[in-house]
Design a protein around this ligand. Structure first.
Ligand SMILES: *Cc1c(COP(=O)(O)O)cnc(C)c1O
Length: 367
């Protein structure tokens, strides 16, 4: 690289996370980044507009106290057990920085999971310890235990529950098991998709000082564009996160984000309606894709991870793109023949299925 002497050595070698495509062309059907197909609650929009007309000349509350109180009462935890950030990716970054930098000790993460974890390991100089998922791509508790024992001292454990991109939901006993094999370090459970059918471990926080839950408003609350995520854990962990945050950016959430997020938690009826609609569409779509010959992994999320025994996944993704439908294909080991398809509305599913039927039937894809 030219002038590479300008760049810090660590940054020169970074391999950043590649987010799914966000096309400017609105005619594409986006089933590639697990956004909610429904708009956010109308109450969210009202609150954001009210706030925009009020106080934008003033800095926001640096601690987002009202939002933390709202989240705390929603989940039945203390206000001091909640931390909020500019999207859960930022919360995760602060957590990696705060809890997992223990010299050469490795951070255990599944080999097939959310791609950002490895990127944060690189950014913060944390050696990752990849723990193989089993042949059906399920998280193997046994492999975690074997590796924790082999390493002796580990930096911690990070898992997504439900896992991405596989869609697998773990039981709370599985989480308890991971907490038990790693009592000296933090177990971070990323619950980005938990509202679509997973089991939240928030109830375990009271008994486990080493448990940190991370969630987001981007998926189940249809607010990917607002950037709000949060963590729940005992006060010791939360105050460490606050000290990282205040050493980085005191005001991660703007006024609009704080007010919009509060309204999203207040409109429980809308949340339940849209969440259940996505789950119902997912179950129907899973059966219909199986009917087209796809292997469909069981999913507790708002996406399906599927493979067709007769058609290359990269080719299928390309064919879908020509028909103006985006899905996610990860050309990497073990999952290169899978597609991750976000669950949309029933109408969007119908469009996907008719295009897929055309592709598989050897005819030109229809629009
Ligand atoms: C989408 C996603 C996130 C990031 O969510 P933001 O709050 O939008 O940053 C984190 N973890 C997983 C597993 C995700 O799928």
């Amino acid at each position: 690289m030219e002038n590479s002497s300008f760049i810090s050595p660590l940054i020169r070698d970074l391999r950043p996370y590649q987010p799914g495509e966000q096309p400017l062309d609105s005619g594409l059907l986006k089933l590639n980044t697990n956004e909610n197909p429904y708009p956010p609650s109308p109450r969210v929009i009202d609150s954001i507009c009210d706030e925009a007309n009020r106080n934008l000349a003033r800095y926001p509350d640096p601690e987002s106290e009202m939002l933390c109180a709202t989240i705390a009462s929603f989940y039945g935890v203390a206000r001091g057990q909640v931390f909020v950030g500019n999207g859960s990716d930022e919360v995760l970054a602060h957590a990696f920085n705060a809890f997992f930098r223990h010299g050469n000790a490795r951070l255990l993460i599944p080999d097939i999971t959310y791609g950002f974890y490895k990127v944060y390991c690189q950014l913060f100089g944390i050696p990752p310890g990849l723990v193989a998922v089993d042949p059906s791509l399920r998280i193997s508790l046994e492999n975690f235990a074997v590796q924790a024992r082999a390493d002796g001292t580990i930096a911690g454990i990070v898992i997504a529950n439900p896992n991405a991109p596989t869609g697998e939901g773990l039981t709370l006993d599985a989480i308890r098991y991971l907490l038990a094999i790693n009592p000296m370090r933090v177990v971070l459970v990323d619950e980005a998709y938990v509202d679509f059918g997973g089991h939240s471990a928030v109830g375990l926080v009271a008994q486990h000082p080493n448990l940190l839950i991370v969630q987001t408003l981007s998926k189940s609350r249809a607010l990917a564009g607002l950037r709000v995520g949060f963590a729940i854990g005992q006060e010791g962990l939360i105050s460490a996160l606050k000290s990282v945050k205040d050493s980085f950016n005191s005001y991660p959430l703007g006024r609009l984000a704080q007010q919009g997020a509060i309204a999203a938690f207040e409109d429980l009826t809308y949340f339940e309606q849209t969440r259940k609609a996505v789950i119902a569409t997912r179950e129907k779509l899973a059966r219909q894709l199986a009917g087209l010959g796809f292997d469909v992994l069981p999913s507790c999320t708002n996406f399906l991870f599927v493979r067709h025994p007769k058609h290359d996944a990269g080719w299928l993704a390309g064919q879908l793109r020509e028909a103006r439908i985006l899905v996610r294909h990860f050309p990497q080991e073990r999952i290169g023949q899978f597609l991750r398809i976000t669950v949309g509305t029933d109408q969007q599913s119908a469009r996907l299925l008719s295009v897929l039927a055309g592709i598989l039937g050897g005819r030109a894809a229809r629009r």
